[in-house]
Design a protein around this ligand. Structure first.
Ligand code: PLP
Length: 428
């Protein structure tokens, strides 16, 4: 195919390795389907790297972008503002708790995390609490590919080549669990013990804790119980540590609630949003913070300001896409389908003959051979090929397979996909 050959001569893809093979050329997307240059169609069960919410080329979002592009495509966001940004933040503040009320724009998930980490660190400097300099995260957490994000995600397994360059980050074990897990109480207890020991020693030196709430995506769709996370937050709070929830993947309905923190019943001090924020159309991100954090940056001296800004900060097209996506998300039809998809996941995942089946809202996952996710597992390439042959776009994380459909997918099609998966697994 013409596209593939030219691509292979010109383009360096993310995670491209010697065995990657030629990328599949995609010429069109509609609803939950992607259409290939090879005339095949693929059911997008990974929401195109976890970004797509309502299906591809959704007419309402496409129109919002088109309209905005003919009015104002971009303007510097330092010292200027525009309606799409204000409108989006107003809409978001209506579905967020009143505590999360200040919105800082950036371009993607990694930058939203950088912003959160820098804010948390500078917050304590601004308050003259100079000893609060430590960062805490969960083992296996993934927060993006820029340096600060890599440092707090240093145990995710993706950033090993850069370990020597990271600032110091402490980690506590993540008690990942699944259906029928008998060890979970023991794992949680060990994790809380490690946290307690850490806090006794370093609690008053810790600036912030960052976590992916309930679901570690990149590490292998690892899930923890909300009651556990609640206990973690309570402990951290008793030391005044800033809580950052990276909701870049979990936000906007993926976990069954609009945001994962709703299930933890704890409102964090900072949340990071990206991926589904624009419905999967444009790169845009937000770091949403509490008023009390914002206030610490309101001094008159330049040293107190947050000196951070990207060229495309609050791009109007991205904001317009995000507002349109949010409207669709809040429609009853969408909310009903989110619950219907969650039901299909719940009812089907446990019936597969697999290891560590688990689900959280619209996301379900399972492992093969080991409860651990092993990225280098050779089964991944074979599985991916078999899935694609059946028209299923699934991208196993080593021996971990997950289904994360866009919300426009008909529950019946998800059910049929499970039948196809079962047949493929029986052939292995
Ligand atoms: C994808 C992801 C990021 C990074 O977002 P990018 O837009 O890829 O930079 C950060 N945190 C989590 C939880 C993610 O899933």
């Amino acid at each position: 195919m013409g596209m593939q050959i030219k691509d292979s001569q010109l383009i360096w893809h993310p995670f491209q390795g010697p065995k990657s093979g030629l990328p599949i050329g995609i010429v069109k997307g509609k609803g939950a389907y992607l259409y290939g240059e090879d005339k095949k169609k693929y059911l997008d069960l990974i929401s195109s790297w976890w970004v797509n919410l309502h299906g591809h080329a959704h007419p309402k979002i496409a129109e919002a972008i088109y309209k905005q592009a003919s009015i104002l495509e971009h303007v510097i966001f330092a010292g200027f503002t525009h309606f799409p940004a204000v409108n989006l933040c107003e809409k978001l503040s209506m579905i967020l708790p009143s505590k999360l009320s200040r919105f800082f724009f950036s371009d993607n998930g990694s930058t939203a995390v950088e912003v959160a980490l820098k804010m948390a660190y500078q917050y304590w400097q601004n308050l003259s609490e100079y000893k609060r300099t430590r960062f805490l995260s969960f083992e296996g957490g993934y927060h993006g590919d820029t340096f600060g994000a890599m440092a707090v995600g240093k145990t995710s397994g993706f950033h090993n080549n850069f370990q020597k360059l990271f600032f110091e980050v402490d980690t506590i074990p993540f008690p990942s669990t699944w259906i029928g897990d008998e060890e979970i109480d023991k794992k949680e207890k060990a994790s809380l013990k490690a946290l307690n020991e850490y806090l006794e020693k370093n609690g008053s030196f810790c600036a912030c804790f960052i976590a992916e709430p309930l679901l570690q995506g990149a590490r292998g769709m690892r899930m923890c119980r909300s009651s556990f996370l609640q206990k973690v937050i309570a402990l951290l709070r008793s030391y005044g540590i800033i809580i950052i929830f990276d909701e870049i993947l979990t936000g906007f309905g993926r976990t069954g609630s609009t945001f994962a923190f709703e299930q933890v019943k704890e409102v964090p001090d900072i949340i990071c949003l990206a991926k589904g924020l624009s419905g999967g159309f444009l790169p845009i991100a937000l770091t949403v913070v509490s008023q009390s954090i914002f206030k610490a940056f309101c001094g008159t001296k330049f040293e107190k300001t947050f000196a951070h800004g990207h060229s495309y900060t609050a791009n109007p097209l991205g904001c317009a896409a995000a507002a349109a996506s949010l409207e669709i998300l809040l429609e009853k039809k969408t909310q009903d389908n989110i619950q219907a998809l969650a039901k299909v996941q719940r009812e089907n995942i446990a019936n597969l003959n697999v290891v560590a089946p688990r689900f959280l809202g619209t996301i379900a996952a399972f492992n093969l051979e080991s409860t651990r996710t092993i990225y280098s597992h050779k089964i991944a390439a074979k599985l991916k090929k078999l899935f694609l042959q059946e028209g299923l776009l699934l991208r196993p994380l080593g021996n971990t397979v997950y289904l994360m459909p866009p919300y426009c997918l008909k529950p019946k099609l998800l059910k049929e996909s499970y039948q196809k998966i079962a047949v493929i697994l029986s052939k292995l």
